[in-house]
Design a protein around this ligand. Structure first.
Ligand SMILES: Nc1nc2c(ncn2[C@@H]2O[C@H](COP(=O)(O)OP(=O)(O)OP(=O)(O)O)[C@@H](O)[C@H]2O)c(=O)[nH]1
Ligand SMILES: [Mg+2]
Length: 178
């Protein structure tokens, strides 16, 4: 698991500083990666009845004097073509990966590499969550970073963080609120 100070908030704080009031976050990744679970966990909502997202969910989370508008968009292949419609004015891209789904590492890497080429996302920082670390078969975040060649992303800030949306470990949101 990543060090606590490397949490979501440190990224947002670096991004915006204290002066800015509103942050637009887009949450993307393949279907079943755990995006909606992560978002609900962040908002301290029940995660027992989550179904695949057919369109998108938006949640506004007020925190540390900032308003975080988080757009959680379905990751099924047929929905991915709509991702582009949601990228305008994005302050932060959160990209979620199922760390235990090795069969789809190539697919998720491909989607991410296409996203970083999007004009609307030029220079936009990326926070990658290597999710499902509670599963014994999960790959380490460092291995995923290497597999995705993240070190080649030199035109923006990026950070990868191991987490479990299910347990909340590594998500580090509430811990920063207090
Ligand atoms: N073991 C484990 N399962 C998780 C974790 N996060 C999510 N899941 C499970 O993964 C499945 C998919 O989670 P969702 O949150 O619906 O995934 P999604 O990325 O929103 O999927 P789409 O809406 O289809 O794009 C659910 O059964 C979740 O319970 C995690 O950290 N660990
Ligand atoms: Mg979803």
């Amino acid at each position: 698991m990543g060090a606590p100070e490397k949490g979501l908030f440190s990224v947002i704080e670096k991004l915006k500083g204290a002066a800015e009031q509103e942050v637009r976050i887009v949450l993307l990744g393949l279907d079943n990666a755990g995006k909606t679970t992560l978002l609900k966990k962040l908002a301290s909502e029940d995660i027992s009845t989550i179904t695949p997202t057919q369109g998108f969910n938006i949640k506004c989370v007020a925190s540390n004097g900032m308003k975080l508008n988080v757009w959680d968009i379905g990751g099924q292949r047929k929905i991915r073509s709509f991702w582009k419609k949601y990228l305008d004015n994005t302050d932060l891209l959160i990209y979620v990966i199922d760390s235990a789904d090795k069969k789809r590492f190539e697919e998720t890497g491909q989607e991410l590499s296409e996203l970083v080429l999007e004009e609307n996302l030029q220079g936009v920082p990326i926070l990658i969550f290597a999710n499902k670390q509670d599963l014994a078969t999960a790959s380490a975040a460092s291995d995923i970073a290497e597999g995705l060649s993240l070190h080649t992303y030199r035109d923006r800030q990026w950070q990868i963080q191991a987490c479990s949306a299910l347990s909340g470990e590594g998500v580090q949101w509430q811990s920063k609120l207090g």
